[in-house]
Write a new protein. Structure first.
Length: 258
């Protein structure tokens, strides 16, 4: 399916790029930390016969702009709201990991979202949990050591951490995403950890989690499930925090969104 690239300008002047493929009800996909929209192409290709799939490039990632700093979830949510407004009709939203947190923060300002799907939104990392990582990463970036800054984040995020050679390969491949990682760290370390503000959401919500995910992601799903009255959880067999089988994700989304 052909892809059309477009953009909107967020309220603070940051340009947010998004890619559209398929036809039907809009379905906006919000990517996680240290990710790009390319990582979700497999899911998008499976969904575009049924929906107008919109792959949103978050600020500080890919071709989207670099906004004012420090970054926070108010800005991230406003970016998503701007993309949703550009759809011209109600749109479904699927947020993965950090993208799930962006989607949750946007819900209070985006009543035109009839259904929301979240894959392991990282609420267990909110607040001061990653403050030490943020401080160390800043020092490493200032010293020009982007790869080591990524390693600092990955080592703290993974439980257990991947093998050292795999970590080093990831750091070499993804060093160009460090600006996005730093913006995300600013958001999550300053996030309000009181999740009860979402307890009044009456939007139907699907929580997706992987059978082989890490303990922090399991904690996140459990905490979100407790406070979201209209959420149901689906566990995808054989998957971890970064699902490798796009068919499982796409099938769950099609069943939920209808």
């Amino acid at each position: 399916m052909d892809t059309v690239t477009d953009s909107v300008v967020s309220p603070d002047g940051t340009r947010i790029v998004y890619h559209v493929q398929g036809q039907g009800v809009p379905l906006v996909i919000v990517h996680g930390s240290i990710a790009t929209t390319d990582m979700y192409r497999g899911i998008a290709d499976l969904l575009d016969p049924h929906y107008r799939v919109v792959l949103m490039e978050r600020r500080e990632y890919g071709p989207s702009g670099t906004g004012p700093r420090p970054c926070d979830f108010t800005r991230q949510a406003a970016d998503l709201a701007a993309v949703l407004d550009a759809m011209g009709e109600p749109a479904f939203v699927f947020g993965h990991s950090f993208g799930g947190l962006v989607a949750l923060h946007a819900m209070s300002d985006s009543p035109a979202v009839p259904r929301l799907a979240l894959y392991e939104p990282s609420v267990a990392l909110a607040g001061p949990v990653l403050a030490r990582v943020q401080t160390k990463a800043r020092e490493l970036v200032a010293a020009g050591r982007q790869q080591d800054a990524l390693l600092e984040f990955f080592t703290a995020r993974a439980d257990p951490p991947p093998p050292a050679d795999q970590l080093r390969w990831v750091a070499e491949q993804f060093a160009f995403r460090v600006p996005g990682m730093m913006a995300d760290l600013e958001c999550i370390t300053s996030m309000d950890t009181d999740l009860t503000r979402w307890s009044t959401l009456d939007t139907p919500i699907l929580l997706l989690t992987g059978e082989k995910t890490d303990p922090l992601s399991t904690q996140s799903i459990a905490r979100i499930q407790q406070i979201l009255p209209n959420a149901r959880t689906t566990t995808l067999p054989g998957q971890a925090h970064h699902p490798e089988n796009p068919h499982l994700v796409a099938d769950a989304l099609r069943e939920f969104f209808g």
